[in-house]
Design a protein around this ligand. Structure first.
Ligand SMILES: Nc1ncnc2c1ncn2[C@@H]1O[C@H](COP(=O)(O)OP(=O)(O)OP(=O)(O)O)[C@@H](O)[C@H]1O
Length: 272
């Protein structure tokens, strides 16, 4: 049997006395789309930061392809935040290009600057193709302040995906968007997930969005809580809900989804 792409073993994350996450044991296969839901402050973003490598685990480990995950950001992992992370003084095309420039001109830890000649032409081609995929070809010379919220979020996605990561981390990516635009973005993310064979982790506060897009839903919660000392126990994944294609389709009809999910909910055995 194929080894899971990501293996999370007895993972703990603490900030001083604050235990944020405890005893996470999870496997993720390549190509899964994990929707992450849970109460505010229970450690969802912290978990994403651990996967990204901007935070270190306190105990336990994360393995990628059987090897310890590098505790620093790398091109195999891209992230999109709720707040637009684009550079305001660069055009749409330059915003996508800069990701490629950062990636390709690093030497001995120093960023040497811009690409030139054929290398730049190739990068421009790659950036334009990415902009076409997110539907922004017509806006390549515009600046971020000239774009709508949805367009800016498309740009953030293009910026992350142009480096062809295997893992895409989405931290409430659509939280600030109007419902109509969110729907368009759902279609875009679903298309990119399938076409680019990505493994996606998406935090959302919108349960229906999580069920609609995910192939699996994780619920982060505190199985143990000390009201006198809330920092004493960390959150765990208390429910791991696999959603097969039929469930994703039935997301359009919530009552069917509820019935389907109730037969598939899998409490995590060691969550107490
Ligand atoms: N760098 C840090 N230093 C100290 N404590 C931190 C740090 N980052 C997060 N925390 C703490 O970790 C806990 C979890 O925060 P986190 O942002 O991961 O929660 P969340 O579930 O993503 O919340 P929300 O849904 O509101 O975004 C909080 O108590 C927070 O104060």
């Amino acid at each position: 049997m194929k080894e899971p792409m990501l293996q999370i073993r007895n993972l703990w994350k603490e900030y001083d006395d604050n235990i944020v996450l405890e005893r996470l044991n999870l496997n993720v296969n390549e190509g899964e789309f994990i929707s992450i839901v849970g109460a505010s402050g229970c450690g969802k973003t912290t978990f994403l930061n651990l996967l990204l490598g901007t935070e270190c685990v306190s105990r336990g480990e994360i393995r990628l392809d059987g090897q310890p995950l590098r505790q620093e950001p790398s091109v195999e992992r891209g992230i999109v935040f709720q707040k637009y992370s684009v550079f305001p003084h660069l055009t749409v095309l330059e915003n996508v290009l800069i990701g490629l420039e950062f990636g390709s001109t690093q030497l001995s830890g120093h960023w040497l600057g811009r690409m030139f000649g054929p290398q730049r032409q190739q990068a421009q081609q790659q950036a334009r193709s990415m902009l076409a995929q997110v539907g922004l070809s017509h806006a390549e010379h515009q600046y971020p302040h000239q774009l709508s919220g949805g367009m800016r979020q498309r740009l953030s996605i293009a910026q992350s995906l142009v480096k062809q990561p295997r893992i895409l981390l989405l931290d409430e990516p659509f939280g600030a968007l109007d419902p109509g635009i969110r729907k368009d973005m759902h279609e875009l993310v679903r298309k990119l997930w399938q076409e680019q064979h990505l493994t996606v982790f998406m935090i959302t506060h919108d349960l229906s969005e999580g069920f609609h897009l995910g192939s699996r839903v994780w619920v982060f919660d505190h199985p143990r809580l000390d009201p006198q000392s809330p920092e004493r126990y960390g959150a765990q994944v208390t429910f791991d809900i696999p959603l097969h294609k039929t469930a994703i389709q039935s997301a359009q009809t919530p009552h069917l989804l509820t019935e389907h999910v109730s037969t598939m909910v899998q409490p995590i055995p060691d969550a107490i």
